[in-house]
Design a protein around this ligand. Structure first.
Ligand SMILES: [Zn+2]
Length: 203
């Protein structure tokens, strides 16, 4: 390869990187990842991906909220994404409280500060976006079982009309205690022996 060709390649690569979206170039793996904001999840390392490989969305719990729908809709319909991975994790903070408790604590603090809790805009950019008071605890979206929650998030995205049916969606659990991934409801540590079992006669 001549020096000019080599320099041109470098220039083109940089240009394609910088202008990806306007040139309609998808991310390297055509992948959207939804995971928890938890600081213990090494997202790229856990999935074996690198910078440039995926759109990554992190929120409390890795839960399918309206803004996840918004982001997933854009990346799958307009940015060339064909796969979605939802990555929940063990020992998630979203299993340590309930939406009711969160609402109660916020209401108490705001009332003390003289702020009308019921008038607070959930999205200050769209103040007309309102959620009935009764649903606010639900909006915070805590959960009790990480495996059930993972399966449910797949279902929520799968059934959403904005997400094309051709998009593949999978969920995994990141085990914070062992730093590894597993599929929902396939907890290996529950299956391995930790004490001798009585010998069965050979068949
Ligand atoms: Zn979490």
């Amino acid at each position: 390869m001549s020096l000019f060709e080599s320099i041109d390649n470098t220039v083109n690569t940089r240009e394609n990187w910088a202008l990806r979206r306007r040139k309609g170039i998808p991310n390297n793996k055509r992948l959207f990842v939804l995971t928890c904001m938890d600081e213990r999840i090494p997202v790229e390392h856990a999935l074996g991906i690198q910078l440039g490989d995926a759109h990554i969305y992190r929120n409390a719990g890795a839960l399918v909220t309206d803004d996840v729908i918004r982001s997933a809709t854009l990346t799958t319909n307009f940015f060339g994404t064909q796969e979605i991975i939802i990555l929940l994790h063990t020992e998630c903070g979203m299993m340590t409280t309930t939406g009711e408790k969160v609402v109660e604590a916020l209401r108490e603090r705001l009332t003390k500060e003289g702020v009308n809790f019921d008038q607070v805009a959930l999205d200050p950019a769209i103040p007309q976006l309102k959620i009935p008071k009764a649903q606010l605890a639900e909006w915070f979206r805590t959960f009790e079982d990480v495996d059930d929650a993972a399966v449910q998030q797949v279902k929520l995205l799968r059934e959403h009309p904005f997400i094309p049916k051709s998009v593949k969606i999978h969920a995994y659990i990141f085990e914070t205690e062992s730093n590894t991934l597993r599929r929902p409801r396939e907890r290996l540590s529950e299956q391995v022996s930790t004490a001798p079992k009585p010998l069965q006669p050979a068949r």
